[in-house]
Design a protein around this ligand. Structure first.
Ligand code: VGL
Ligand code: ZN
Length: 256
């Protein structure tokens, strides 16, 4: 059908151009909604998006997010969750005594939130954060006001002590995949709508990986909040480069 033809040739490019307007095209789409990391710590906990430089309030988007989640027509609704062990590598109070070796320069520094440090072997840059989304704690729970559908799917990420994971699909080192892709493939999903927290970090990496894996991908901006204006700008650039459409909740509503 139309989708398979388009998929072989120019699907992502076409999708970003036509957005949600070609009904025939959409009928053949099996769309999954991926709600990224809408967890207490990012909403009003230790790594609140509201306290970031862009001062975007995640609570303000929850009504639109719940409208989006309530739309009929998603084949799956998936909630990703940042799910760290208590001594995770991305926590600034742990980076110094982790099993990974910090660069000599970083070993001497007093590490604090949002410092960027360098680990040797494998060489990696890591942004440091306050302790957040520690598995099985309040901070890691999805925010109470976010609608959870029946038959919801959940994907935990960032579970390895020594590697961070921004994308819902894989660790930052690219070596270990989560179950997200196989979940989507098993339901024959070919389109992904994604939104959540943070727009410029985990939503961006999740959308980018979805597009790279061949899913027609769109990001819903008014169901997301970002940490920094500069990174939001970079995220929009990456969306454009990867033929990822950026839409609003009402545009999604029109087609579902
Ligand atoms: C996130 C920073 C650290 C996110 C997760 O969900 O965007 N950001 N861990
Ligand atoms: Zn994290």
């Amino acid at each position: 059908g139309l989708v398979s033809k388009i998929e072989k040739k120019c699907a992502p490019e076409l999708f970003s151009r036509v957005r949600f307007t070609i009904e025939d095209f959409l009928r053949e789409l099996h769309i999954a909604l991926i709600v990224v990391d809408f967890q207490n710590d990012f909403v009003n906990g230790s790594l609140s998006i509201l306290n970031g430089p862009a001062r975007q309030d995640p609570q303000a988007v929850i009504p639109s997010l719940n409208k989006l989640i309530s739309l009929d027509g998603f084949k799956m609704v998936i909630y990703t969750m940042d799910w760290h062990p208590p001594n995770h590598i991305s926590f600034y109070d742990h980076a110094k005594d982790s099993d990974r070796v910090l660069s000599a320069q970083d070993q001497k520094r007093h590490l604090k939130a949002f410092d960027v440090v360098r680990f040797e072997s494998p060489p990696t840059e890591q942004v440091l954060y306050p302790s957040h989304c520690v598995k099985n704690t309040w901070g890691a729970a999805l925010h109470d006001d976010v609608k959870i559908v029946e038959n919801a799917f959940f994907v935990e990420k960032g579970t390895d002590v020594l590697v961070d994971s921004y994308s819902g699909f894989a660790n930052n080192d690219g070596l270990k995949k989560s179950k997200l892709e196989s979940m989507l493939r098993s339901e024959r999903i070919n389109g992904v709508i994604t939104c959540g927290l943070a727009y410029d970090i985990c939503v961006m990496y999740t959308a980018r990986d979805a597009a790279k894996l061949g899913f027609l991908t769109t990001v819903i901006k008014d169901c997301s909040s970002g940490l920094s204006d500069e990174k939001i700008e970079e995220a929009n650039q990456i969306f454009a480069e990867n033929n990822i459409a950026v839409n609003t909740e009402s545009e999604a509503e029109l087609i579902m």
